[in-house]
Design a protein around this ligand. Structure first.
Ligand code: ATP
Length: 459
């Protein structure tokens, strides 16, 4: 039977019963095939943290949205697809779970539930990443070492913990690298000195976990970050990206995760202290001016949320990139594989800014400002607004928050009902109504009708 362990009790008590049942089924299915499965990564870390905080979670984010399983202990090349096979076998028992297979081998994912309130829960099932060992079956040393190798490729000690779900030694917590102690001491520690050179996105991950969990970067780990950055990480990333496009995707993903988090500002402060923004461009650094712009963007975006659905993190990232020389901006955005409109926006930002700075001061009436600004999307105007002086900024915010939203008291349908025929003049009439509304000449239906009678009588 299972050996009693703190971890086992935690799993049983804290996991949703249906999920627990699924994990137990998965363990049996793996055992039938002579495999081991482990719960690894973030869910183990978070379960131990929940235990430490006695349920009073330090962050809002301790609800799982994914759970990682690793399958291990197989001895034939065909079993490289063990993760996929196991996922299929689990799905046979739980037909409501949706199966997704990535690539030919290695990983499968089950969408365990998709819930409006709880969010969705993915169960990732990977095959232990290790070289193939052509040893005879049931060599326990090899088995132990392949899960160990899988864990050794992970980022931090606290993310390299695993719980064995299969017998023998069911419930055993594998802690090869001192993750438990680091969890207890609230430290983010890499597994080896080369970690950040091997994968620079780990710098962002280290900071994200540290800020989110209220942990410190372990001093040696921080010195590895300094070393990686001092050794010319930008050039390194650039040359890496040529062979591994996945690096771009991961870097963008980490930037997104940092910038959309509630703690983004504190995380950015740590990243700035580490000079980690040079991963994006050697000249990118936080200056007092850029900090001010970021705070403005945050405030403005919060205001705005109701009317527009801007990707806040993306606007913040664009603002960082916009601090670079005009010729560099588009290139950096492209390197990060930002969406086409984002690349476009940044490439044209200096022309846009010049045009707006020239037009706006010549506008007296709101309707003229609306004419001048309506060609630009809201993201562009937020960028320009955050970067410009007070007078210009006020006009842009007025436009974004009020004028661009304002509707005349009568619309096209009302005009038709009043006997106007859609046609060439129709647009002129609508524009006249819009301008009169913007400029405060009319506010009510009656005033609008009176204006129509004066300027466009229907007889
Ligand atoms: P979160 O709660 O933010 O989802 P997580 O630990 O689950 O945290 P993921 O990004 O989902 O984080 O990654 C899952 C696991 O994969 C991590 O716990 C870690 O073990 C490993 N991992 C992820 N990214 C890397 C990386 N860049 N280098 C090494 N290991 C990584």
């Amino acid at each position: 039977g299972p050996i009693p362990s703190v971890m086992w009790d935690l799993l049983r008590d804290r996991l949703d019963p249906a999920l627990w049942e699924m994990l137990m089924t998965a363990a049996q299915l793996a055992e039938q095939r002579g495999w081991q499965i482990y719960l690894v990564g973030g869910s183990v870390r978070d379960l131990l943290l929940i235990d430490r905080y006695q349920g009073a979670t330090p962050t809002e984010e301790l609800l799982f949205d994914d759970i990682d399983l690793v399958v291990d202990g197989f001895h034939q090349a065909a079993d490289q697809a063990a993760g996929v096979e196991l996922a299929k076998a689990i799905q046979n028992f739980f037909p409501n779970a949706k199966l997704q297979v990535h690539g030919r081998f290695q990983t499968a994912a089950l969408l365990w539930h998709e819930d409006e309130a709880l969010g969705s829960l993915w169960v990732d099932i990977a095959t232990a990443r290790t070289e193939f060992y052509p040893y005879p079956a049931a060599n326990p040393e090899v088995e132990a070492s392949s899960i160990r190798q899988d864990l050794y490729r992970r980022d931090f000690t606290i993310n390299a913990l695993a719980v064995r779900l299969t017998t023998p030694h069911q419930g055993e917590l594998l802690d090869y690298f001192g993750g438990i102690l680091d969890l207890r001491e609230s430290l983010i520690r890499v597994l080896h000195a080369n970690s950040f050179i091997e994968d620079p996105t780990r710098i962002y991950r280290a900071v994200r976990f540290a800020v989110r969990l209220g942990f410190q970067l372990e001093p040696q780990t921080e010195s590895y970050i300094h070393h990686a950055i001092a050794s010319g990480i930008y050039a390194h990333i650039q040359s890496e990206m040529e062979h591994t496009p996945a690096l771009q995707t991961r870097l963008r993903r980490e930037l997104k995760l940092v910038l959309e988090a509630s703690y983004w500002y504190r995380a950015l402060r740590v990243l700035a202290r580490l000079k980690a923004l040079v991963c994006l461009h050697p000249n990118l650094e936080m200056t007092p001016g850029l900090w001010r712009q970021m705070r403005r963007a945050h405030r403005t975006l919060k205001h705005f949320d109701k009317a527009n659905s801007l990707e806040h993190w993306q606007v913040l990232l664009e603002l960082l990139i916009a601090s670079l020389e005009p010729a560099e901006r588009g290139k950096v955005a492209e390197g990060l594989q930002l969406p086409a409109e984002s690349i476009d926006r940044l490439s044209h930002l200096h022309t846009t800014e010049a045009a707006i700075a020239q037009t706006l001061p010549t506008c007296d009436r709101p309707s003229q400002i609306v004419d001048g600004l309506s060609p630009y999307d809201a993201e562009t105007l937020v960028l320009v607004g955050c970067r410009s002086d007070r007078a210009l900024r006020r006009q842009l915010w007025q436009y974004l928050l009020h004028w661009s939203q304002q509707r005349p008291p009568l619309d096209g349908n009302d005009l038709k009902q009043l006997g106007y025929r859609p046609g060439k003049d129709f647009k002129t009439i609508l524009e006249t109504l819009r301008n009169a509304t913007l400029d405060g000449q009319i506010a009510t239906v009656e005033e609008a009708k009176a204006l129509l009678q004066r300027q466009f009588p229907t007889n």
